[in-house]
Design a protein around this ligand. Structure first.
Ligand SMILES: Nc1ncnc2c1ncn2[C@@H]1O[C@H](COP(=O)(O)OP(=O)(O)OP(=O)(O)O)[C@@H](O)[C@H]1O
Length: 310
């Protein structure tokens, strides 16, 4: 495990910002920390990084703790903080020089890594420009470039897509996938469930400082799905179709609207071939079929009774 957190508690006066959180992050993962604003994501990350003192609990990163191995841990982590950490009065290139030196890079290796990071984030052509002339998305990408210069084993990104345009957002999500393919483990915090759903493998959902659900994307969705839903587009219909489908093993409900048949079955009923057989027997052609999947938004809603954006 690249990160192990046990029973972490962090209070700000009487406010329990992180309430007995335990989680583990395997090497090679894109790990999603999902929760609404104020859920405790940033506090959890800052505590993990030793930037905020914890009240109780234990944190191990790369198997070590901050007390004994702070230098080793920091050298192997790249941080993209929620608040941009770049200098507006230095050019993009100079920003990278500054951060590279902090990580102990120098000479030819520093130059090589700066070029690599700027090309990776699509900013090489803009290397001589001051970030104050950048769009929000470009500033964010520069922030990412500063965090990956030293090829860290673990990259932590705290809401890196807040307030940027959709194109930059997609570029950032693609770059996260690439960094992961190149060998980095990623921790990605967000309150956008679509993003977490798109790129993350293991996910922890927190609310009011507490873990409310943990697992892989599919495990989380399985929490709420006791049924499977299929929508089938047909070329024509007949009156006995619904009756026929309802007799198939595992079918709970069947609704015909126009030429669209929605079949709701018990979870894992494995009855698709039976459904198709009935349709074939009636000489009806199938035009298309959609399996309706439960979403992480649905998981959050079921567990808390609120949407993520409330
Ligand atoms: N420095 C601080 N002093 C006092 N309270 C704080 C501090 N930082 C955070 N909090 C409180 O701790 C709780 C968790 O906040 P945190 O910023 O960790 O949430 P978050 O999930 O990262 O939310 P957001 O997405 O809005 O940043 C909130 O109630 C917040 O008001």
């Amino acid at each position: 495990m690249i990160v192990e957190i046990r029973n972490l508690i962090k209070r700000y006066n009487n406010n329990l910002a992180v309430d007995n959180v335990s989680l583990t992050i395997p090497e090679g993962d894109i790990f999603g920390l999902l929760g609404p604003n104020g859920a405790g994501k940033t506090t959890l990350i800052n505590t993990m990084l030793g930037l905020t003192e914890l009240n109780e609990g234990e944190i191990r990163i790369f198997g070590e703790n901050f007390r004994t191995s702070e230098r080793m841990i920091k050298q192997n982590i790249g941080i993209v903080p929620q608040d941009l950490a770049i200098y507006n009065e230095l050019t993009a290139y100079e920003n990278l020089q500054f951060f590279g030196k902090l990580y102990g890079l120098k000479g030819g290796l520093l130059k090589e890594r700066i070029e690599e990071a700027l090309k990776f984030t699509g900013l090489w052509e803009k290397r001589k420009v001051l970030p104050k002339r950048f769009s929000g998305g470009m500033k964010r990408r520069l922030n990412i470039a500063c965090a990956i210069l030293h090829r860290p084993k673990l990259i932590i990104m705290d809401e890196p897509t807040v307030g940027i345009d959709p194109q930059s957002r997609n570029q950032i999500l693609e770059s996260i996938k690439k960094l992961n393919e190149m060998g980095s483990t990623i921790i990605y915090t967000s309150h956008y469930m679509e993003e977490v759903e798109e790129i993350c493998n293991n996910i922890t959902i927190i609310d009011h400082g507490k873990v409310i659900a943990q697992g892989t994307k599919d495990e989380l969705k399985n929490l709420i799905s006791l049924e499977d839903r299929i929508k089938i587009q047909l070329t024509s219909v007949n009156y006995s179709l619904e009756e026929g489908i309802k007799r198939v093993k595992g079918v709970k409900e069947c609704v015909l609207e126009g030429n669209t048949l929605t079949v709701i079955s018990n979870k894992n009923a494995n009855n698709l071939s039976g459904i198709i057989e009935i349709i074939n027997q009636m000489n009806i052609e199938i035009q298309g079929m959609d399996f309706e999947k439960p979403t992480l938004e649905g998981v959050f809603l079921t567990l808390t009774g609120r949407t993520l954006r409330d």
